[in-house]
Design a protein around this ligand. Structure first.
Ligand code: NAP
Length: 251
């Protein structure tokens, strides 16, 4: 059997694919051959142009994952419009910062709803189709805070630690059904998610000083991992949390 990273004929649903890491992964998957469906709350027109420039089809679904009840409709619409779903990238995510002593229930619930509850029910809705077709790839977006505690981000750390555990549980249940469930744990990438850290000179210096690669990640740095985990080359990879972190965890 020849090694293949080719995604020709595949359909990938990427949540939050209008910007940042989701946009970069959507474009990388398109460049590898997949048609792309982006689901999110902001226009993904820029991603659509890049996907179509790569010669692939592009579909957009408006969805706000702060309401997890939308997920079944998102997956059903993906299949209606694009014909199937082979790859799910659970990328949409938010972060709220506050001292643990002052952390509010709203900042807990809002992060959990998007980062873990919607993500789980998207996995479930996609897997129902993938089980029926006998194959599928699910990539959950984890974090360094799937391994570490972080600071001032109680709900975010909890949600991303949960994503790592959930990825392993789903791999255990679904590997024998032909579905690969894995996660990518990005290190520190220059996106909206980390704007507050980049803008804080002390935190910026502390973070850069610990990254062996000596720089923040650029969104384009994540595409290769997403293509690998979506492809036949990863058919025997189940339940792993792949760090793409410039060496952060090695320190
Ligand atoms: P980002 O630029 O803030 O992108 C987050 C994406 O999620 C955006 O598309 C955003 O849409 C979408 N989103 C947020 N809330 C949503 C909602 N309620 N409904 C639908 N879409 C929603 O940040 P990013 O860095 O690319 O983050 C992508 C993923 O990587 C997240 O899961 C994040 O936790 C994770 N991550 C990032 C880093 C990093 O260093 N940047 C590190 C580890 C993990 P809008 O544009 O409409 O807000």
């Amino acid at each position: 059997m020849s090694l293949s990273f080719n995604l020709d004929g595949k359909v990938a649903l990427v949540t939050g694919g209008n910007t940042g890491l989701g946009q970069a992964m959507a474009i990388a998957l398109a460049q590898a051959g997949a048609d792309i469906v982006v689901a999110g709350r902001s226009s993904a027109a820029e991603t659509g142009e890049a996907v179509e420039s790569a010669g692939r089809k592009f579909y957009e679904i408006k969805a706000d994952f702060s309401d997890p009840s939308c997920v079944e409709g998102v997956v059903a619409t993906t299949v209606e419009q694009a014909g199937r779903i082979d790859i799910l990238v659970n990328n949409a995510g938010i972060i709220k910062r506050n001292d643990a002593l002052d952390f509010t229930q709203d900042d807990w619930d809002s992060v959990m709803d998007v980062n873990i509850k919607s993500a789980f029910f998207l996995c479930q809705a996609a897997a129902k189709r993938m089980v029926a077709q006998g194959s599928g790839k699910i990539i959950n977006i984890a974090s360094m805070l799937s391994f570490q505690g972080g600071i001032r981000v109680a709900s975010y750390t909890s949600s991303k630690s949960a994503i790592a555990g959930l990825t392993k549980l789903l791999a255990n249940e679904w590997a024998a059904k032909g579905i690969n469930v894995n996660a990518i744990a990005p290190g520190y990438f220059a996106t909206n998610n980390t704007a507050a850290l980049q803008a804080d000179p002390d935190r910026n210096e502390q973070i850069l000083g610990r990254i062996p690669a000596g720089r923040w990640g650029d969104p384009s740095d994540i595409g290769g991992a997403a293509v690998f985990l979506s492809s036949a080359a990863a058919d025997y990879v189940h339940g792993t949390v792949l760090a793409v972190d410039g060496g952060w965890l090695a320190r």
